[in-house]
Design a binder for this molecule. Structure first.
Ligand code: AKB
Length: 316
């Protein structure tokens, strides 16, 4: 049985990986950590939780030893739009948080999952069917930390034999914990506003194509790659994963099939638009499919139905 530590366990991705890991491996085998402790008490309730800063390697080391942790999901990071407002804070959390985890993993022989992102690519990367191994010259500070993180994880694998693995996530769409500070957040907000107001004002242009993924597939990717047979992995940090690619106009059209009165307007945020324009339109994910059987289940239609149904069910 694995003993897992999830750092950043109350965030958009962390809260859902935490739930699924606790379901699969048992609550006592899944230790949660986050810099906040003010939300999701239900989730925390079932097993150990620590309030800890991701950069605090000393405390993380103590937690790892106390719970004989063998696998760490390191999910604490500032996302792209927020990072651009405070580049030094983004560098500090995204890099010093990761290196603290890698040092603990080196000392305690833990495997490490760290998400990279479509943000690890830049304007000189091929935009359509972006290959696994290609040009990575991002222009956002978030992207710079993601490329550096990929290289750092590869380094700890080569130099110290740490079992580091990761995926390049598209924008993640979910309905349990809201995202915060991302360029792709519009694709989540649009569903809530569609149900509440039948209207959404989008901060990206209507024709901006980006890769997206629905949360159940995003969670499955993280757990599946950590369970994968290492002898099959030619890549590690980090695998392209693709699921669906669409622009706001297309997403609005699918929403209208369920909510016919839905309308969308645009007030473009120049910083977020510049970030989105520097990212690929759609990734090619052959390596993930061949090396660890990546095979997502949702598309734009099935995700839209599920999101709207879930939000309606929860709306009083
Ligand atoms: C963001 O928009 O910053 C994130 C990402 C694509 O990494 N959702």
């Amino acid at each position: 049985m694995k003993n897992i530590l999830i750092i950043g366990s109350l965030g958009q991705l962390g809260s859902e990986i935490a739930l699924e890991c606790r379901r699969r491996y048992g609550s006592d085998h899944v230790v949660l950590a986050d810099i906040r402790d003010d939300v999701n008490k239900e989730l925390i309730g079932g097993g150990p939780f620590y309030k800890v800063d991701a950069r605090d390697g000393k405390t993380i080391n103590e937690i790892v030893k106390k719970h004989t942790i063998d696998t760490i999901y390191h999910l604490a990071a500032l996302l792209s739009a927020r990072a651009e407002q405070n580049p030094l804070a983004a560098w500090d959390l995204n890099m010093n948080g990761l290196i603290a985890t890698l040092e603990v993993a080196k000392e305690n022989h833990c495997a490490v999952f760290t998400p990279s992102s479509i943000g690890a690519f830049g304007p000189t990367t091929p935009k359509q069917f972006t290959p696994q191994d290609t040009i990575q010259r991002p222009t956002s500070i978030y992207g710079v930390t993601k490329v550096a993180g990929e290289l750092l994880c590869d380094y700890y694998h080569h130099a110290y034999d740490v079992d580091t693995r990761g995926v390049r996530y598209p924008g993640i769409i979910s309905n349990m914990t809201p995202p915060g500070g991302g360029t792709t957040d519009y694709a989540v907000e649009i569903y809530y506003e569609a149900v509440r107001k039948e209207h959404y004002t989008c901060f990206l242009r209507g024709d901006t194509y980006l890769d997206m993924i629905y949360m159940p597939d995003a969670v499955e990717a993280a757990i599946q790659i950590m369970e994968a047979d290492p002898s099959r992995l030619r890549h590690r940090n980090a695998f392209n994963i693709a699921s669906m690619s669409f622009c706001p106009e297309e997403q609005a059209a699918y929403i209208r099939t369920v909510i016919p009165g839905f309308t969308i307007s645009y007030e473009v945020d120049p910083v977020k638009q510049a970030i989105a324009d520097s990212w690929p339109n759609c990734l090619e994910d052959y390596a993930a499919r061949v090396e660890w059987d990546w095979n997502p289940t949702y598309n734009l239609e099935t995700m839209t139905l599920d999101m709207i149904e879930t939000i309606l069910r929860r709306t009083p």
